[in-house]
Design a protein around this ligand. Sequence first.
Ligand code: SF4
Length: 397
Amino acid sequence: MTTINIEPDMQQKLALLSDEATDEVTDTPSEQSIRAGIQHDTGFIYNASRERGGKVKLFKVLQTNACRYACKYCFTSCAIRRKRTTFKPDELATTFVSLNRAKRAEGLFLSSGIVPDANTTMEKMLATVEQLRVREKYRGYIHIKLIPGADQEYIERAVQLADRVSLNLEAPNAERLAILAPGKEFAESMWQRMVWAANLIEQSRREGRQGARSLTTQFVVGAAGESDRELLMTVERAHHELSLKRAYFSAFHPIEQSPFNEMPAEDPMRAFRLYQADFMLRDYGFTFDEFAFGAEGFLLRDRTPKQAWADAHPEYFPVEINQAPRHMLLRIPGIGPQSAERIRAVQGTTKMRDLGQLKKLGVVTNWAAPYILLDGRQILVQSGLWEGLALDGRGSQ
Ligand code: SF4
């Protein structure tokens, strides 16, 4: 754990409350890191992707690790024996400011266990953030986790103070949530709070006011028997009804002393394929009906969801790159929104004849080659070559 210039008892709180915030996902893993078995960053500072590119150093922490709930996948569950502690708002604000001034943290990601109830929990979190915004005049990035069941006034204040708000749905529907999190309620306590947040974000954007500009959610993958079909159906609904910025997927891993202790960890590649599918819904013009699911309702793991779609639709391929419209470029494996824009920008002036030209435009050429024509010719590449690609919402897939 990194040493910083704060009081020793605050160091202890920091160690506990940042350690237990690790299951909040703040970035998409790369396919390379999954294949290499590399875990997420550890410690209390995480690299998260900025919406407009680049990385931001986020201080990820809980207000408290005390919680009244016993969610079966969660380290903070009240059913697990562990030391509990709470940051007072002033303590947490001061700790963050010292990290920020030391240039160790550029932004704050604040979550919390729920005790004694949703409103009291949100009051503490909002008091922390108010101290940062008002007393410390901190204008940088803040992400606040909304607490299920909190009253509208707390959701409204969070939207005013944060840059991003989120609420973890955890499961795709009420039936699956009941398996994961006894005592939590899906429709009113969670979905309805997200509807409020989405409406408030839209209103503040329309009126040009300061405040949160995006809403996200997170799912636990692989602990409730849910299929990818169920998850993506809910994700598509959230894109349509809540203007969801994006969904995060946390592959289940068993926690000692929890009821799911004996359950096997979920394959991180499953979560990665779900990220790719979410980006297809958000940025590539695909709809839920177009995903190719296997018999049990799972995405194929041996290829990207876009490759699976392209392989199921040979009637659209190969596509002539020199003439293809944007929406068709986005359907080609290996071409993402940025590379599609770059191709469109040169289509009228440069004839593209070889894969080297496409590579310079950001195309993953060995993925794209089987599906494209370059000036009327199909160029095949040696199979088995893998260029690798960090999927960050702007890259190709
Ligand atoms: S409510 Fe949140 S912190 Fe509490 S047990 Fe459930 S997931 Fe963990």
